[in-house]
Design a protein around this ligand. Structure first.
Ligand SMILES: [Zn+2]
Length: 420
């Protein structure tokens, strides 16, 4: 079915791809209501304080005036009138304040309604088979994935407790990723020694990576803080020459920053502040470390569970939007149950930079069948992908015309694709 056959095709596709930015719009919408509530709250706070101060002042003045009277003498008529006037004014003030407070409550509950309005609370319609995670066949798989995730994060104790409680069978405990995670956690705490040790072991593979310099810089600044600038300079002389050519400016900045490491040094200029903040520098180095180490060891930076959750969270709004459009009366009337009102190939949702790299199953755009071991996806010379059965059907002897671009090529030039 071609895309032009769909009566709202353009709007439909645009909507599909706008779902992720739409989440941002939702956040902005809620933020606006929240800002309104906060402005009102702050205004009321100021106003209430001023009212109370005024009342206290008036009470104190009256008290002073009455205290000046000789003891046990009755109040003059003017004084008792002033007392009743003040009491009435206090009552009025209290009543005004409680009215303001009630109005504030309405503004606050509007934020709750705004959250309900801007976000989808119930995703059950797009995941009608969610309960299949809990059936006898899938439950152990889920539990293994959770245990694996815990071990990967270096949370051995939690992992052990989970394995014992769920009885999900043995899960590999020793995990390279957990080691990396521990190095990254130490970096975030400002300690680069474990990461440096790892980087030393992989020095040959890290020749073109900024990681060794980043770690040595952190170590030099740490030495400057803990053992004095002299020790740091000694370290710099020892290790920095190897990095001088590639990181000249960063190296100069790091050496200059040492001047502010000494105890009692004046506050550093703004552009050195980042270098002298061990936590900020450590968090940044930790991220770089995990990224570089995962690339080097060919590890996915996320556990299968974390990857699935991240990709799922990104894809849910798009699925929800799609579902809403599929159940629209116009669409229901025009299409049969088993058909999608748009090209399957266009059903992609961008998972973003860090969430990308996940492949859903491949469905052949020609035969509209899910690829399998016997009918795998094949990449044509032009870059288009179809299933092997479709390729065999389309091939005319030694010639094949791509159904999409339509480049002429030989069927033997097509290559099988493997999704990992
Ligand atoms: Zn092509």
């Amino acid at each position: 079915m071609s895309i032009s056959a769909f009566p709202y095709s353009t709007g439909f596709l645009v909507n599909c791809f706008e779902v992720i930015p739409a989440a941002m719009d939702s956040c902005i919408g809620v933020e606006q209501d929240l800002d309104k509530a906060l402005t009102k709250f702050n205004g009321l706070h100021e106003h209430a304080n001023k009212c109370l101060e005024d009342v206290i002042k008036q009470v104190e003045e009256l008290k002073k005036e009455i205290a000046n009277q000789p003891a046990n003498s009755p109040l003059s008529q003017e004084q008792s009138a002033a007392v009743s006037e003040l009491v009435a004014s206090i009552k009025q003030n209290v009543s005004n304040l409680s009215t303001d407070h009630r109005e504030l409550h309405a503004t606050v509950s509007r934020v709750g309604k705004s959250i309900d309005r801007h976000f989808i609370a119930d995703y059950a319609s797009v995941a009608p088979k969610a309960e299949s995670f809990c059936n006898d066949a899938n439950r152990p798989i889920m539990e293994q994935a959770i245990a694996q995730h815990l071990y990967r994060q270096g949370l051995e104790e939690a992992g052990d407790a989970f394995v014992a409680a769920s009885g999900c069978g043995p899960v590999a405990r020793a995990c390279t990723f957990a080691l990396l995670q521990r190095c990254a956690a130490a970096l975030a705490e400002g300690d680069p020694s474990a990461a440096l040790e790892w980087a030393e072991r992989h020095a040959a593979d890290l020749q073109h990576s900024p990681l060794p310099f980043t770690l040595h810089r952190m170590q030099a600044l740490k030495l400057g803080r803990e053992q004095g600038v002299g020790a740091a300079i000694e370290y710099v002389r020892l290790v920095f020459p190897a990095h001088a050519a590639r990181h000249e400016r960063a190296l100069q900045a790091a050496v200059c920053a040492l001047a502010w490491c000494a105890p009692g040094a004046p506050p550093p200029p703004a552009h050195y502040r980042h270098l002298l903040d061990p936590k900020a520098l450590g968090a940044e180095a930790g991220e770089l470390f995990v990224r570089e180490a995962c690339t080097l060891l060919r590890l996915a930076p996320l556990s299968p569970l974390a990857g699935a959750v991240l990709a799922g969270a990104r894809v849910l709004p798009a699925l929800h939007d799609l579902r809403a459009k599929m159940t629209h009366p116009h669409v229901v009337a025009a299409w049969a149950d088993e058909e999608l009102p748009l090209e399957f190939i266009n059903l992609q949702v961008d998972l973003g930079e860090d969430g990308g790299g996940y492949h859903s199953v491949f469905a052949c755009p020609i035969l509209r069948q899910q690829a399998s071991e016997h009918n795998p996806p094949m990449r044509l010379l032009c870059g288009h992908v179809i299933s092997r059965d479709a390729l065999n059907k389309l091939a005319m002897g030694v010639k094949l015309k791509c159904p999409y671009c339509p480049m002429e090529q030989s069927p033997s030039e097509a290559r099988q694709i493997y999704f990992s």
